[in-house]
Design a protein around this ligand. Structure first.
Ligand SMILES: Cc1cc2nc3c(=O)[nH]c(=O)nc-3n(C[C@H](O)[C@H](O)[C@H](O)COP(=O)(O)OP(=O)(O)OC[C@H]3O[C@@H](n4cnc5c(N)ncnc54)[C@H](O)[C@@H]3O)c2cc1C
Length: 260
């Protein structure tokens, strides 16, 4: 049910909760018949869980018959993580309209996808929706996710260096890029993503239309990142004609701890 036309918020009920692996919980939210999917495979929503007013962002793993599937990483502490660890079936959740970023150029002959556990729902959907392109995946995950990614991609599984940490920047620095035009999509810990953007720009020399690198969460060693609503940054960036990548860089900068 759409609860506000201006803010385009929808009200959903948690219909089921199941454990996918040690650190991944699948929630199915129902009652979303009017929710407008973009159909873009990395689309995401902001959700607000009971007792909270701040939102958090989750990728739409699946949407059909008015039901939205989210795969939620459960880590040490956090608004949504602590809620999702409990039995939340029957809880009401506010869900935003979707936004999306995945936008390969029409001449892309290959896809390279890199991400940590938070990126696995998007990577699954991207692989599913591109059966005719060669797809290479690097997945940095703490759990055994055998069977989680659809068939059709060549996958390299990597372990994170430690709980709550990521070393994906070094992985990307070691990639041998295929010949011809393609598209590189990546999401994960924000500091890693910043390093990767620099590498792509300065070392690989890739055109920004051929990659999308998104900071999904910030490793803050116990400190909270600044809560920044990406909505205004997104709208202002689009209005100014900025690329998705420039907008994501501005979002990362706005969330810098201790800044402003
Ligand atoms: C576009 C987009 C799509 C996303 N899709 C997904 C998705 O499908 N599934 C998913 O699980 N996440 C996804 N994320 C990431 C998710 O929004 C963040 O991890 C968020 O901070 C989790 O909220 P929380 O309430 O659990 O923790 P918060 O209250 O935000 O943070 C509490 C503490 O936990 C740490 N922390 C936050 N996230 C993680 C993590 N993943 N691992 C270890 N420590 C962490 C923080 O540094 C902080 O110290 C997405 C983010 C974006 C921007």
């Amino acid at each position: 049910m759409q609860v506000s036309t201006r803010a385009a918020q929808f009200e959903a009920t948690v219909e089921s909760r199941e454990s996918v692996s040690d650190h991944l919980v699948r929630l199915v939210l129902g009652g979303l018949d009017e929710w407008p999917s973009t159909g873009v495979p990395d689309e995401w929503v902001a959700i607000v869980v009971p007792g909270q007013f701040q939102s958090r962002y989750y990728t739409v793993r699946d949407f059909r018959d008015g039901r939205l599937t989210l795969d939620v990483v459960v880590h040490d502490q956090g608004l949504v993580t602590e809620w999702a660890m409990r039995d939340c079936v029957g809880d009401m959740v506010a869900v935003s309209e979707p936004k999306a970023s995945f936008d390969p150029p029409p001449d892309a002959e290959w896809l390279m996808l890199v991400g940590d556990l938070t990126a696995m729902p998007a990577i699954s959907r991207i692989v599913e929706s591109h059966p005719h392109l060669p797809v290479r995946v690097w997945a940095e995950v703490p759990d055994d996710l055998t069977g989680y990614l659809p068939d059709g991609a060549e996958v390299t599984w990597l372990a994170p260096p430690a709980a709550g940490q990521s070393a994906l920047a070094a992985v990307v620095e070691g990639i041998e890029w295929p010949e011809g035009p393609g598209y590189f999509w990546m999401a994960g810990e924000s500091a890693q993503m910043r390093a990767i953007r620099k590498h792509l720009m300065r070392v690989v020399g890739m055109a920004s239309s051929h990659y999308d690198v998104m900071g999904y969460w910030r490793a803050t060693a116990g400190r909270q990142p600044r809560a920044v609503d990406p909505g205004p940054i997104w709208r202002a960036g689009k209005a100014a004609g900025k690329s998705d990548d420039e907008i994501w860089a501005a979002y990362d900068a706005a969330r810098e701890v201790g800044d402003g």
